[in-house]
Every structure is written in C-alpha cells, then in structure tokens.
Design a protein around this ligand. Structure first.
Ligand SMILES: NC(=O)C1=CN([C@@H]2O[C@H](COP(=O)(O)OP(=O)(O)OC[C@H]3O[C@@H](n4cnc5c(N)ncnc54)[C@H](OP(=O)(O)O)[C@@H]3O)[C@@H](O)[C@H]2O)C=CC1
Ligand SMILES: O=C(O)C1=N[C@H](C(=O)O)C[C@H](O)C1
Length: 272
C-alpha cells in the first residue's frame, strides 16, 4: 500500500486526486493539505473536498506537520508554482518522493526544482494525461518529417479560472517542436499585435484562449502550401490528469533521487 499525501486537496485537481486515490486499492490517502490559514483546516478531507463521504483524514495547512504524522511514501502536488516549490523543499528535507503537476514555473523555479531533486525523486510534468504525453512525441516526429517548409503554431484553450498563460502543456509542445526543428526558445512568439510584417521563417506561435469551463485543449498546426495538418488533444474532465499523477506517484515512490517527467513514468522515447 502506497501512503499518499495530497496537497491543494480542495482544489480542482486536488479534489479529483482525493476521489480517485480513495478508490484505488494500492493507495492509502494518509494526509491532505490546504492553503496555510485556510478556514477548512481541521475538517474531514472527504467532506471539505466535496466528495460527500468522510475520508477519515483531517485537512492540515502545513505539509511538514502532515508528513511528520503520516509517514507518507509520496506527495502529490497540484497547487501552484510557489507552493509547489515550498512543498518540494519540505519533501527534500524529509526525503519523501514528490509528484508535481503545477505549471507557471519560471526558469529559476525549474532550476531550484532540479537542485532539490538531487535529494529526492521528483516527477514534474505540465500535463500528466497519457494522451498528451503521446502527442508530444508525435508532434516532434511530425515536425522532423515535415521540416522547415511548414509553419508551426500551438493553440491552447482553458477555463476562465486558469492563472497562467500560455499553459505549461503548450510551452512543452512549443519547446519540443523548436528542438525538432533546430530552433530555440527565442523563435517562440506569444504576442502578435499591430503591423507585424510577414511571418518570419522559423517562428513558432503560441496562443492561449480562456473562457468557460474548458478543461484543457491543445492543438498543434502544421501550415503547409496546399495542405494543413492539425494534431489536437481535448480533455473533457480532469480524471486523466489525476490518473496519470497517481501512476507517477506509484512509479516515483521507489525511485532514486532525480528529476523525472511523464516520459520516464510511461517509458516513452526509449526511457525505461
Ligand atoms: N500536470 C497536469 O496534468 C495538470 C496541471 N495543472 C496545474 O495544477 C495547478 C492547480 O490547478 P487547479 O487544481 O485547477 O487549481 P486550483 O486553484 O483549483 O487548486 C489549487 C489548490 O491549491 C491550494 N493551495 C494554494 N497554495 C497552497 C499551499 N501553500 N498549500 C496547500 N494548498 C495550497 C489552493 O487553495 P485556495 O483554494 O485557498 O487558493 C487550491 O485549493 C495549476 O498550476 C495547473 O496549471 C492542472 C491540471 C492538470
Ligand atoms: O490549469 C489547468 O486546468 C491545466 N493546466 C495544465 C497546463 O497548464 O498545461 C494542464 C492541463 O491542460 C490543465
């Protein structure tokens, strides 16, 4: 049984994780945290996360204390970049493996996560659905085969409550496309406004739509002469993200320290 602590447990992802982990036969939820000072601290996690059933785990607003009492094997964190970094520091100090799904990290944040991963195994991925991680590889292969004569663009759409843009998934797609085409992050364009002039060759546009309750949609466009290829992933609920995260939790709980991604967890691209 893998003893699991879930942070951000009353959020959109946290409550999804609680529901799916509660029903998993090989996982035991031994802790659930909320934002420090949250008024729901002390309440039953199941009830507070709108699961409708008591989970016999009381919400805590301090991960270090939750780990002290829970003897967790793994922490699963979908909170936000700054909270995730703080949680990674706590997990590194306590030697507890971590799964990080948060997005919106700066380059410095990512560097700090790499340093912390020297002490503890961390799986970090902007999208934990199997489907998206498969199309990341397909998109790179399409770019390699189609070559520089195709103009490549990334479009994403998310719910109105999303705090960061573009999505971490769109950034990951753009980065692997740039690498496949021998380009750099400097070739990524996020804003087109005013007299932009003709599209520079080699540019990769990344655009974000926000509205309603869109769970997460990503399309890679390959615009050619006389033809256009579109590669799209649409999530219709958050279960696939959460199932991927729990799969990562099972995987990382027994790993050596290091920074891993979902390609490692899924054994993609020759990774075992
Ligand atoms: N990798 C993937 O597959 C996916 C990644 N994401 C990413 O996950 C993150 C969360 O998304 P989502 O669930 O929609 O966001 P929510 O805002 O719904 O959930 C975040 C939760 O974390 C809580 N929180 C904030 N700070 C802390 C803290 N220090 N300690 C404990 N809890 C804290 C928030 O509390 P409060 O409500 O008080 O603010 C909130 O309940 C985002 O970065 C998003 O991009 C989302 C889906 C899939
Ligand atoms: O905030 C969300 O909801 C999501 N964020 C992730 C991202 O930024 O890529 C993953 C997923 O698309 C949902």
């Amino acid at each position: 049984m893998i003893r699991t602590v879930i942070t951000g447990s009353t959020g959109r992802m946290g409550s999804t994780l609680l529901r799916l982990a509660r029903d998993a036969k090989d996982l035991q939820v031994v802790g659930a945290t909320v934002r420090p000072g949250s008024p729901v601290a002390g309440q039953d996690a199941g009830l507070a996360a709108r699961l409708g059933a008591a989970l016999d785990v009381l919400l805590m607003d301090d991960l270090d204390r939750a780990l002290e009492f829970s003897k967790a094997d793994v922490v699963v964190d979908f909170t936000g970049p700054q909270a995730s970094l703080a949680h990674a520091k706590t997990c590194a100090e306590r030697g507890v493996p971590l799964v990080v799904g948060s997005t919106g990290f700066t380059e410095d944040d990512s560097a700090a996560l790499r340093v912390l991963a020297r002490k503890v195994p961390i799986v970090a991925a902007p999208n934990m659905s199997v489907g998206v991680n498969l199309i990341i590889g397909v998109a790179a292969e399409l770019a390699r085969v189609l070559g520089p004569s195709f103009d490549v663009e990334v479009l994403e759409a998310h719910h109105r409550m999303k705090k960061d843009a573009p999505s971490g998934t769109a950034l990951k797609l753009a980065e692997v496309l740039a690498e496949a085409l021998g380009r750099t992050r400097d070739d990524l364009t996020f804003v087109r406004d005013g007299q932009t002039g003709a599209r520079p060759p080699g540019e990769i546009g990344v655009q974000a739509l926000r509205g309603g309750d869109v769970v997460g949609e990503h399309t890679v466009y390959f615009f050619g002469e006389g033809e256009r290829i579109e590669l799209t992933h649409r999530a219709t609920n958050r279960d696939q993200f959460a199932q991927g995260a729990l799969r990562a939790a099972r995987w990382v709980a027994r790993r050596a320290p290091g920074l891993y991604d979902m390609a490692d967890v899924l054994g993609l691209q020759g990774k075992t």
